[in-house]
Design a protein around this ligand. Structure first.
Ligand SMILES: Nc1c(NC[C@H](O)[C@H](O)[C@H](O)CO)[nH]c(=O)[nH]c1=O
Ligand SMILES: CC(=O)[C@@H](O)COP(=O)(O)O
Length: 214
């Protein structure tokens, strides 16, 4: 890879998460691995500046439920955003004279804080976290294939980045190592951190692209 490519800003860009809303939807199978992956993702999300009240965590029984959960969580955030906008606009005293500078509590101040804030925004990205460990039957293969295809469809249908955080491990040790809690000589690397970083990057880039900024 040439120096002009290696040194391209895209490889070193940092992303400001302070205005982002991120959801994590996780399965409950293989809890120890799930918990480590969530911790890794949250650590990277917070490191980018996402505020605690803008990180939403929801759980489902297993990985097979992740696609519908992500789809409905995204839909729910759209309803929430439009409801907030309706409430705010419905509460404005449009006819009252306003000072040049919004007065706290006035309609203009409400609009200013509402639009500058994040409460009116749908989720900027969703991280789907699951841990599938191969058993004695083909169950693993069917869930792995269907879930990966379905999560891809959810993000393409909604336009909201859905980060693929589903481990498809052939052994328990493979899963533990990919959550950074391996029991052998190497603890491994927590893939949840990579998923958190990917969520921030894709949320930022998709917002820019949606606004026509490249
Ligand atoms: N064996 C694993 C499952 N199985 C459960 C399914 O995901 C699903 O909840 C069930 O079939 C009901 O629809 N889930 C995991 O996340 N990990 C596994 O290893
Ligand atoms: C990923 C699975 O569904 C798997 O853990 C189920 O185990 P088995 O194939 O032995 O029923």
């Amino acid at each position: 890879m040439g120096d002009n490519v290696k040194n391209h800003p895209i490889f070193f860009e940092k992303f400001d998460g302070s205005s982002l809303r991120i959801a994590i939807v996780h399965a409950r199978w293989n809890k120890a691995v799930i918990d480590a992956l969530i911790a890794g993702a949250v650590s990277k999300i917070k490191e980018s500046g996402v505020r605690d009240h803008n990180i939403f965590i929801q759980s489902v029984p297993g990985s097979f439920e992740l696609p519908v959960a992500c789809q409905r969580v995204i839909a729910g955030s759209l309803v929430q955003a439009s409801a907030n906008a309706t409430d705010l606009l419905g509460g404005l005293n449009i006819g009252t004279p306003r000072s040049a500078t919004p007065v706290a509590g006035s309609g203009a101040a409400q609009v200013a804080s509402f639009i500058s804030g994040t409460q009116c925004r749908p989720f900027d990205a969703v991280i789907a976290i699951g841990v599938l460990i191969k058993g004695a039957t083909m169950h693993f293969e069917y869930i792995s294939e269907s879930v990966s295809q379905a999560l891809m469809r959810v993000q393409l249908d909604t336009g909201v980045p859905v980060i693929f955080g589903v481990l498809t491990a052939l052994t328990e040790e493979q899963a533990l190592e990919r959550a950074g809690i391996g029991r052998g000589a190497t603890k491994g690397h927590n893939h949840g951190e990579d998923w958190g970083s990917a969520a921030i990057e894709m949320a930022t880039r998709v917002r820019r692209w949606s606004e026509g900024n490249f």
